[in-house]
Design a protein around this ligand. Structure first.
Ligand SMILES: Cc1cc2nc3c(=O)[nH]c(=O)nc-3n(C[C@H](O)[C@H](O)[C@H](O)COP(=O)(O)OP(=O)(O)OC[C@H]3O[C@@H](n4cnc5c(N)ncnc54)[C@H](O)[C@@H]3O)c2cc1C
Length: 417
Protein backbone atom coordinates (compact mmCIF):
# COMPACT_ATOMS: atom_id res chain seq x y z
CA UNK A 1 0.00 0.00 0.00
CA UNK A 2 1.25 3.53 -0.73
CA UNK A 3 1.08 5.78 2.29
CA UNK A 4 -0.37 9.29 1.90
CA UNK A 5 2.96 10.57 3.25
CA UNK A 6 6.30 9.04 4.07
CA UNK A 7 6.54 11.40 7.03
CA UNK A 8 3.54 12.97 8.72
CA UNK A 9 4.15 15.71 11.29
CA UNK A 10 1.42 16.45 13.82
CA UNK A 11 1.53 20.12 14.77
CA UNK A 12 2.46 23.09 12.63
CA UNK A 13 4.70 25.14 14.94
CA UNK A 14 8.39 25.93 15.08
CA UNK A 15 9.62 22.35 15.43
CA UNK A 16 7.41 21.07 12.61
CA UNK A 17 8.44 23.81 10.19
CA UNK A 18 12.13 23.47 11.01
CA UNK A 19 12.01 19.69 10.63
CA UNK A 20 10.37 19.78 7.21
CA UNK A 21 12.83 22.42 5.96
CA UNK A 22 15.84 20.61 7.47
CA UNK A 23 14.84 17.37 5.76
CA UNK A 24 14.57 19.11 2.40
CA UNK A 25 17.92 20.83 2.90
CA UNK A 26 19.40 17.35 3.42
CA UNK A 27 17.76 16.16 0.20
CA UNK A 28 15.44 13.79 2.04
CA UNK A 29 13.35 12.55 -0.85
CA UNK A 30 10.18 11.19 0.79
CA UNK A 31 6.83 12.96 0.87
CA UNK A 32 6.19 15.18 3.90
CA UNK A 33 2.86 16.31 5.35
CA UNK A 34 2.28 18.78 8.19
CA UNK A 35 -1.09 18.83 9.95
CA UNK A 36 -1.47 21.85 12.24
CA UNK A 37 -4.53 23.09 14.06
CA UNK A 38 -3.68 26.79 13.80
CA UNK A 39 -4.75 28.76 10.72
CA UNK A 40 -1.17 29.51 9.63
CA UNK A 41 1.85 27.97 8.03
CA UNK A 42 4.55 27.40 10.70
CA UNK A 43 5.60 30.62 12.45
CA UNK A 44 7.91 31.58 15.30
CA UNK A 45 6.44 32.60 18.65
CA UNK A 46 9.16 34.64 20.44
CA UNK A 47 8.20 37.94 18.72
CA UNK A 48 4.58 37.49 19.87
CA UNK A 49 5.39 38.93 23.30
CA UNK A 50 7.89 41.44 21.89
CA UNK A 51 7.94 43.12 18.43
CA UNK A 52 4.59 41.73 17.29
CA UNK A 53 2.75 42.91 20.40
CA UNK A 54 4.45 46.30 20.02
CA UNK A 55 3.07 46.45 16.48
CA UNK A 56 6.52 46.56 14.87
CA UNK A 57 6.17 43.47 12.68
CA UNK A 58 3.32 41.85 10.77
CA UNK A 59 2.06 38.27 11.10
CA UNK A 60 3.65 37.36 7.76
CA UNK A 61 7.06 38.44 9.14
CA UNK A 62 6.80 35.66 11.72
CA UNK A 63 6.47 32.85 9.19
CA UNK A 64 9.48 30.53 9.22
CA UNK A 65 9.26 30.18 5.45
CA UNK A 66 7.04 31.93 2.91
CA UNK A 67 3.83 30.01 2.26
CA UNK A 68 4.95 29.04 -1.28
CA UNK A 69 8.09 27.34 0.12
CA UNK A 70 6.04 24.32 1.15
CA UNK A 71 4.50 23.76 -2.29
CA UNK A 72 7.82 24.26 -3.99
CA UNK A 73 9.45 21.65 -1.76
CA UNK A 74 6.73 19.06 -1.83
CA UNK A 75 5.56 19.63 1.75
CA UNK A 76 1.78 19.35 2.10
CA UNK A 77 0.61 21.70 4.84
CA UNK A 78 -2.93 21.27 6.19
CA UNK A 79 -3.60 24.27 8.42
CA UNK A 80 -6.63 24.75 10.64
CA UNK A 81 -7.19 21.05 11.18
CA UNK A 82 -6.23 18.90 14.19
CA UNK A 83 -5.24 15.27 14.44
CA UNK A 84 -7.86 13.68 16.67
CA UNK A 85 -6.61 10.12 16.80
CA UNK A 86 -3.52 8.06 16.01
CA UNK A 87 -3.54 4.36 15.21
CA UNK A 88 0.00 2.98 15.40
CA UNK A 89 -0.82 -0.47 14.08
CA UNK A 90 -2.74 0.73 11.04
CA UNK A 91 -0.26 3.66 10.64
CA UNK A 92 -3.08 6.15 10.27
CA UNK A 93 -4.18 9.41 11.80
CA UNK A 94 -7.78 10.58 11.89
CA UNK A 95 -8.30 14.31 11.51
CA UNK A 96 -10.97 16.20 13.42
CA UNK A 97 -12.94 16.60 10.16
CA UNK A 98 -13.10 12.81 9.87
CA UNK A 99 -10.49 12.31 7.12
CA UNK A 100 -7.99 9.50 7.57
CA UNK A 101 -4.33 9.77 6.49
CA UNK A 102 -1.74 7.00 6.27
CA UNK A 103 1.96 7.46 7.06
CA UNK A 104 5.22 5.52 7.25
CA UNK A 105 6.90 7.66 9.88
CA UNK A 106 5.10 9.89 12.34
CA UNK A 107 6.37 12.92 14.30
CA UNK A 108 4.65 14.56 17.24
CA UNK A 109 5.47 18.29 17.19
CA UNK A 110 2.42 19.21 19.22
CA UNK A 111 4.07 21.72 21.59
CA UNK A 112 2.15 22.84 24.63
CA UNK A 113 -0.88 24.85 25.63
CA UNK A 114 -1.11 27.47 28.39
CA UNK A 115 -1.72 26.11 31.85
CA UNK A 116 -5.13 27.43 32.88
CA UNK A 117 -6.32 28.69 36.21
CA UNK A 118 -8.81 26.18 37.59
CA UNK A 119 -12.39 26.84 36.53
CA UNK A 120 -13.31 26.73 40.19
CA UNK A 121 -11.26 29.92 40.65
CA UNK A 122 -11.79 31.58 37.32
CA UNK A 123 -14.76 31.30 35.01
CA UNK A 124 -13.91 31.95 31.38
CA UNK A 125 -14.33 35.67 31.01
CA UNK A 126 -14.02 37.83 27.86
CA UNK A 127 -11.22 39.95 29.34
CA UNK A 128 -8.99 37.03 30.41
CA UNK A 129 -6.02 36.33 28.13
CA UNK A 130 -3.69 33.36 27.75
CA UNK A 131 -0.76 33.98 25.41
CA UNK A 132 0.47 31.24 23.12
CA UNK A 133 -0.68 31.88 19.57
CA UNK A 134 -0.94 34.67 17.02
CA UNK A 135 -4.70 34.60 17.57
CA UNK A 136 -4.19 35.12 21.33
CA UNK A 137 -1.96 38.15 20.74
CA UNK A 138 -4.27 39.59 18.08
CA UNK A 139 -7.03 39.45 20.66
CA UNK A 140 -4.82 41.24 23.19
CA UNK A 141 -3.78 43.86 20.62
CA UNK A 142 -7.42 44.71 20.05
CA UNK A 143 -7.91 46.00 23.61
CA UNK A 144 -7.28 49.58 24.64
CA UNK A 145 -4.07 49.95 26.65
CA UNK A 146 -3.45 53.60 27.54
CA UNK A 147 -4.34 54.07 31.18
CA UNK A 148 -6.10 50.70 31.37
CA UNK A 149 -5.35 48.39 34.33
CA UNK A 150 -3.74 45.11 33.36
CA UNK A 151 -3.09 42.40 35.90
CA UNK A 152 -0.51 39.82 34.87
CA UNK A 153 -0.65 36.60 36.85
CA UNK A 154 2.73 34.84 36.75
CA UNK A 155 6.27 36.20 36.78
CA UNK A 156 7.90 34.05 34.08
CA UNK A 157 9.51 35.34 30.89
CA UNK A 158 6.31 35.63 28.85
CA UNK A 159 4.51 37.56 31.62
CA UNK A 160 7.47 39.88 32.12
CA UNK A 161 7.93 40.58 28.42
CA UNK A 162 4.27 41.37 28.02
CA UNK A 163 4.33 43.61 31.10
CA UNK A 164 7.22 45.56 29.56
CA UNK A 165 5.37 46.10 26.26
CA UNK A 166 2.16 47.08 28.04
CA UNK A 167 4.03 49.66 30.11
CA UNK A 168 5.51 51.14 26.96
CA UNK A 169 1.92 51.43 25.68
CA UNK A 170 0.99 53.39 28.82
CA UNK A 171 -1.01 50.67 30.53
CA UNK A 172 -1.11 50.37 34.31
CA UNK A 173 0.40 46.97 35.08
CA UNK A 174 0.32 44.91 38.26
CA UNK A 175 2.28 41.69 38.15
CA UNK A 176 1.38 39.05 40.72
CA UNK A 177 3.75 36.17 41.39
CA UNK A 178 2.94 33.57 44.04
CA UNK A 179 6.57 32.44 44.52
CA UNK A 180 8.90 34.63 46.54
CA UNK A 181 10.77 35.81 43.45
CA UNK A 182 10.35 36.31 39.70
CA UNK A 183 11.69 33.66 37.28
CA UNK A 184 12.21 31.41 40.30
CA UNK A 185 12.29 28.18 38.27
CA UNK A 186 14.94 29.27 35.80
CA UNK A 187 17.43 31.64 37.36
CA UNK A 188 19.28 32.75 40.49
CA UNK A 189 18.03 35.25 43.08
CA UNK A 190 20.40 37.96 41.79
CA UNK A 191 18.85 37.87 38.30
CA UNK A 192 15.32 37.63 39.75
CA UNK A 193 16.00 40.73 41.83
CA UNK A 194 17.42 42.57 38.81
CA UNK A 195 14.20 42.03 36.89
CA UNK A 196 12.02 42.92 39.89
CA UNK A 197 13.78 46.28 40.20
CA UNK A 198 13.78 46.85 36.45
CA UNK A 199 10.01 46.44 36.27
CA UNK A 200 9.39 48.39 39.44
CA UNK A 201 11.53 51.27 38.13
CA UNK A 202 9.48 51.30 34.90
CA UNK A 203 6.28 51.61 36.90
CA UNK A 204 5.05 48.02 37.12
CA UNK A 205 3.50 47.23 40.49
CA UNK A 206 5.35 43.97 41.16
CA UNK A 207 3.89 41.78 43.92
CA UNK A 208 5.99 38.71 44.68
CA UNK A 209 5.09 36.13 47.31
CA UNK A 210 1.46 37.03 46.65
CA UNK A 211 -1.29 34.99 45.06
CA UNK A 212 -4.70 35.94 43.76
CA UNK A 213 -7.21 34.33 46.09
CA UNK A 214 -10.41 35.63 44.56
CA UNK A 215 -11.61 37.17 41.32
CA UNK A 216 -14.54 39.57 41.19
CA UNK A 217 -16.87 39.77 38.19
CA UNK A 218 -19.12 42.32 36.56
CA UNK A 219 -22.68 41.39 35.60
CA UNK A 220 -21.42 40.90 32.02
CA UNK A 221 -18.99 38.25 33.28
CA UNK A 222 -15.78 40.29 33.01
CA UNK A 223 -13.18 40.12 35.74
CA UNK A 224 -13.15 43.53 37.41
CA UNK A 225 -11.12 42.88 40.53
CA UNK A 226 -8.54 40.55 42.03
CA UNK A 227 -8.21 39.99 45.77
CA UNK A 228 -4.67 39.07 46.80
CA UNK A 229 -3.44 36.86 49.60
CA UNK A 230 -2.20 39.93 51.50
CA UNK A 231 -5.81 41.17 51.63
CA UNK A 232 -5.41 43.95 49.04
CA UNK A 233 -7.70 44.33 46.03
CA UNK A 234 -6.66 45.48 42.59
CA UNK A 235 -8.94 46.76 39.84
CA UNK A 236 -8.77 44.81 36.59
CA UNK A 237 -9.58 45.92 33.05
CA UNK A 238 -7.75 43.00 31.45
CA UNK A 239 -6.29 39.91 33.08
CA UNK A 240 -3.34 38.06 31.59
CA UNK A 241 -2.43 34.62 32.81
CA UNK A 242 1.12 33.36 32.24
CA UNK A 243 1.61 30.40 34.54
CA UNK A 244 3.44 28.05 32.23
CA UNK A 245 2.42 25.46 29.69
CA UNK A 246 1.17 21.89 29.68
CA UNK A 247 2.72 19.60 27.03
CA UNK A 248 0.26 18.32 24.41
CA UNK A 249 1.11 14.65 25.00
CA UNK A 250 -2.38 13.19 25.45
CA UNK A 251 -2.77 12.12 21.84
CA UNK A 252 0.48 10.15 22.04
CA UNK A 253 -0.51 8.64 25.39
CA UNK A 254 -3.87 7.51 23.97
CA UNK A 255 -2.00 5.83 21.10
CA UNK A 256 0.04 3.82 23.63
CA UNK A 257 3.30 5.81 23.45
CA UNK A 258 5.23 6.34 26.71
CA UNK A 259 4.70 9.78 28.21
CA UNK A 260 5.53 11.31 31.57
CA UNK A 261 4.95 15.05 31.55
CA UNK A 262 5.91 15.07 27.85
CA UNK A 263 6.50 12.40 25.22
CA UNK A 264 9.54 10.37 26.24
CA UNK A 265 12.28 10.26 23.59
CA UNK A 266 15.93 9.33 23.31
CA UNK A 267 18.60 11.68 21.97
CA UNK A 268 17.54 10.90 18.39
CA UNK A 269 13.96 11.99 19.23
CA UNK A 270 12.70 8.38 18.98
CA UNK A 271 9.66 7.55 21.10
CA UNK A 272 8.81 4.14 22.57
CA UNK A 273 7.01 3.23 19.29
CA UNK A 274 8.78 2.22 16.08
CA UNK A 275 9.02 4.94 13.43
CA UNK A 276 7.37 7.47 15.75
CA UNK A 277 9.28 10.55 16.95
CA UNK A 278 8.68 13.67 19.03
CA UNK A 279 10.37 17.08 18.82
CA UNK A 280 10.19 20.50 20.48
CA UNK A 281 8.34 21.56 23.63
CA UNK A 282 6.43 18.28 23.87
CA UNK A 283 9.51 16.01 23.82
CA UNK A 284 11.17 14.91 27.05
CA UNK A 285 14.66 13.52 26.50
CA UNK A 286 15.52 10.61 28.76
CA UNK A 287 19.08 9.47 27.92
CA UNK A 288 21.13 12.41 29.18
CA UNK A 289 24.24 10.72 30.57
CA UNK A 290 23.00 10.31 34.11
CA UNK A 291 21.05 13.58 34.25
CA UNK A 292 17.31 13.44 34.92
CA UNK A 293 14.97 13.45 31.89
CA UNK A 294 14.45 16.95 30.58
CA UNK A 295 11.77 18.80 28.63
CA UNK A 296 12.73 22.30 27.48
CA UNK A 297 10.45 25.06 26.25
CA UNK A 298 12.54 27.17 23.94
CA UNK A 299 12.87 28.04 20.30
CA UNK A 300 16.53 26.89 20.03
CA UNK A 301 15.55 23.56 21.57
CA UNK A 302 12.82 23.08 18.93
CA UNK A 303 15.33 23.92 16.18
CA UNK A 304 17.95 21.60 17.64
CA UNK A 305 15.50 18.67 17.87
CA UNK A 306 14.44 19.27 14.27
CA UNK A 307 18.06 19.14 13.10
CA UNK A 308 18.90 16.06 15.15
CA UNK A 309 15.89 14.21 13.77
CA UNK A 310 16.49 15.38 10.20
CA UNK A 311 20.06 14.07 10.50
CA UNK A 312 18.90 10.79 11.95
CA UNK A 313 16.30 10.24 9.22
CA UNK A 314 18.85 11.17 6.56
CA UNK A 315 21.47 8.82 7.96
CA UNK A 316 23.89 11.70 8.60
CA UNK A 317 26.28 11.49 11.55
CA UNK A 318 24.99 13.21 14.66
CA UNK A 319 26.36 16.73 15.16
CA UNK A 320 27.57 17.97 18.56
CA UNK A 321 24.61 19.44 20.41
CA UNK A 322 24.99 22.99 21.82
CA UNK A 323 24.12 23.66 25.45
CA UNK A 324 20.53 24.92 25.69
CA UNK A 325 20.25 28.67 25.15
CA UNK A 326 17.55 31.29 25.47
CA UNK A 327 17.03 35.03 25.38
CA UNK A 328 14.51 37.57 26.60
CA UNK A 329 13.92 41.22 25.71
CA UNK A 330 12.34 43.51 28.26
CA UNK A 331 12.32 47.30 27.73
CA UNK A 332 15.82 48.08 26.43
CA UNK A 333 17.40 45.11 28.25
CA UNK A 334 18.51 41.92 26.55
CA UNK A 335 19.08 38.82 28.63
CA UNK A 336 21.02 35.95 27.06
CA UNK A 337 21.21 32.63 28.85
CA UNK A 338 22.89 29.32 28.15
CA UNK A 339 23.05 26.06 30.08
CA UNK A 340 20.70 25.14 32.88
CA UNK A 341 20.76 26.71 36.33
CA UNK A 342 20.77 24.28 39.27
CA UNK A 343 20.01 25.57 42.80
CA UNK A 344 23.31 24.40 44.37
CA UNK A 345 25.54 26.04 41.74
CA UNK A 346 28.29 28.39 42.86
CA UNK A 347 27.59 31.91 41.57
CA UNK A 348 30.17 34.24 40.05
CA UNK A 349 28.92 37.75 39.33
CA UNK A 350 30.80 39.81 36.79
CA UNK A 351 29.97 43.50 36.54
CA UNK A 352 27.32 45.50 38.35
CA UNK A 353 23.55 44.92 38.20
CA UNK A 354 23.02 48.62 39.05
CA UNK A 355 24.67 49.50 35.73
CA UNK A 356 22.36 47.07 33.91
CA UNK A 357 25.40 45.33 32.49
CA UNK A 358 26.50 42.17 34.25
CA UNK A 359 26.64 38.44 33.96
CA UNK A 360 26.18 35.56 36.35
CA UNK A 361 28.20 32.40 35.83
CA UNK A 362 26.96 29.20 37.41
CA UNK A 363 29.72 26.79 38.43
CA UNK A 364 29.40 23.16 39.40
CA UNK A 365 32.59 21.57 40.75
CA UNK A 366 34.58 24.48 39.30
CA UNK A 367 33.17 24.07 35.79
CA UNK A 368 30.88 26.67 34.18
CA UNK A 369 27.51 25.01 33.54
CA UNK A 370 25.30 28.03 32.82
CA UNK A 371 25.32 31.78 32.28
CA UNK A 372 22.86 34.67 32.44
CA UNK A 373 24.27 37.71 30.64
CA UNK A 374 22.54 41.08 30.78
CA UNK A 375 23.89 43.62 28.33
CA UNK A 376 27.07 41.51 28.16
CA UNK A 377 27.20 39.74 24.79
CA UNK A 378 30.96 39.09 25.07
CA UNK A 379 30.54 37.26 28.38
CA UNK A 380 27.65 35.30 26.91
CA UNK A 381 29.69 34.18 23.89
CA UNK A 382 32.69 33.27 26.06
CA UNK A 383 30.57 31.40 28.61
CA UNK A 384 28.90 29.34 25.88
CA UNK A 385 32.32 28.11 24.83
CA UNK A 386 33.29 27.34 28.43
CA UNK A 387 30.06 25.41 29.00
CA UNK A 388 30.49 23.37 25.84
CA UNK A 389 34.16 22.61 26.57
CA UNK A 390 33.75 22.11 30.33
CA UNK A 391 36.83 24.24 31.07
CA UNK A 392 37.49 24.46 34.86
CA UNK A 393 37.71 28.08 36.04
CA UNK A 394 38.83 29.81 39.22
CA UNK A 395 35.85 31.71 40.59
CA UNK A 396 38.00 34.57 41.91
CA UNK A 397 39.74 35.16 38.59
CA UNK A 398 36.54 34.78 36.56
CA UNK A 399 34.80 37.39 38.75
CA UNK A 400 37.29 40.10 37.75
CA UNK A 401 35.36 42.32 35.31
CA UNK A 402 38.65 43.93 34.26
CA UNK A 403 39.61 40.72 32.47
CA UNK A 404 37.81 39.31 29.50
CA UNK A 405 36.01 36.16 30.56
CA UNK A 406 37.65 33.78 28.15
CA UNK A 407 41.07 35.14 29.01
CA UNK A 408 40.31 34.81 32.76
CA UNK A 409 39.09 31.26 32.32
CA UNK A 410 42.13 30.22 30.36
CA UNK A 411 44.41 31.89 32.93
CA UNK A 412 42.74 30.03 35.77
CA UNK A 413 43.00 26.78 33.83
CA UNK A 414 46.75 27.46 33.47
CA UNK A 415 46.48 27.86 29.68
CA UNK A 416 47.65 30.98 27.92
CA UNK A 417 46.34 30.33 24.45
C1 LIG B 1 4.72 34.49 23.72
C2 LIG B 1 5.88 33.55 23.65
C3 LIG B 1 7.17 34.05 23.65
C4 LIG B 1 8.26 33.19 23.58
N1 LIG B 1 9.51 33.73 23.61
C5 LIG B 1 10.58 32.91 23.50
C6 LIG B 1 11.90 33.45 23.48
O1 LIG B 1 12.11 34.65 23.60
N2 LIG B 1 12.93 32.57 23.32
C7 LIG B 1 12.73 31.23 23.17
O2 LIG B 1 13.69 30.49 23.02
N3 LIG B 1 11.48 30.69 23.22
C8 LIG B 1 10.41 31.50 23.38
N4 LIG B 1 9.15 30.97 23.41
C9 LIG B 1 8.98 29.50 23.37
C10 LIG B 1 8.99 28.98 21.95
O3 LIG B 1 8.12 29.71 21.17
C11 LIG B 1 8.59 27.49 21.97
O4 LIG B 1 9.57 26.80 22.70
C12 LIG B 1 8.46 26.91 20.57
O5 LIG B 1 7.41 27.55 19.89
C13 LIG B 1 8.21 25.41 20.61
O6 LIG B 1 7.93 24.95 19.32
P1 LIG B 1 7.06 23.63 19.10
O7 LIG B 1 6.92 23.48 17.61
O8 LIG B 1 7.60 22.53 19.89
O9 LIG B 1 5.65 23.95 19.72
P2 LIG B 1 4.57 25.02 19.28
O10 LIG B 1 5.22 26.24 18.73
O11 LIG B 1 3.66 25.16 20.45
O12 LIG B 1 3.76 24.33 18.09
C14 LIG B 1 2.93 23.22 18.29
C15 LIG B 1 1.78 23.33 17.33
O13 LIG B 1 1.10 22.09 17.31
C16 LIG B 1 -0.29 22.33 17.23
N5 LIG B 1 -0.99 21.12 17.68
C17 LIG B 1 -1.06 20.62 18.94
N6 LIG B 1 -1.80 19.50 18.95
C18 LIG B 1 -2.20 19.28 17.67
C19 LIG B 1 -2.99 18.27 17.03
N7 LIG B 1 -3.51 17.27 17.73
N8 LIG B 1 -3.20 18.37 15.72
C20 LIG B 1 -2.67 19.39 14.99
N9 LIG B 1 -1.93 20.38 15.54
C21 LIG B 1 -1.68 20.31 16.86
C22 LIG B 1 -0.46 23.54 18.14
O14 LIG B 1 -1.69 24.19 17.88
C23 LIG B 1 0.75 24.37 17.72
O15 LIG B 1 0.44 25.17 16.62
C24 LIG B 1 8.04 31.80 23.49
C25 LIG B 1 6.73 31.29 23.49
C26 LIG B 1 5.67 32.16 23.57
C27 LIG B 1 4.27 31.60 23.59
Amino acid sequence: MTADSDLLIIGGGQAAGELAAALRSRDWGGSIAIVGEEDHVPYTRPPLSKAYLRGEVEAADLYLRRPDFYDRHGIAVSAGVAVADVDLEAQTVTLDDGRVRTWRKLVFATGGRPRRLPDSILRSAPNVHYIRTLADVDRLKAVRTDGASFVVVGGGYVGLEIASVLRSLDAQVTLVEAADRLLGRVTSPVVSEFFRRLHRDRGVDVRVGTAVVEYQYSDAGNVIGAVLSDGSRIAVDQLLVGIGIVPNDELAARAGIDVDGGILVDRFCRTSANDVFAVGDVAKVTDLDGEPPRRLESMPNAVSHARVLADYLSGVEQPAVDPPWFWSDQYDIKLQSAGLVVPDDELVIRGNPDERRFSVLYLCDGVVTAVDAIGSPADYAAARKLIAQRVPVDAGIAADPGRRLLEAALASAGTTD
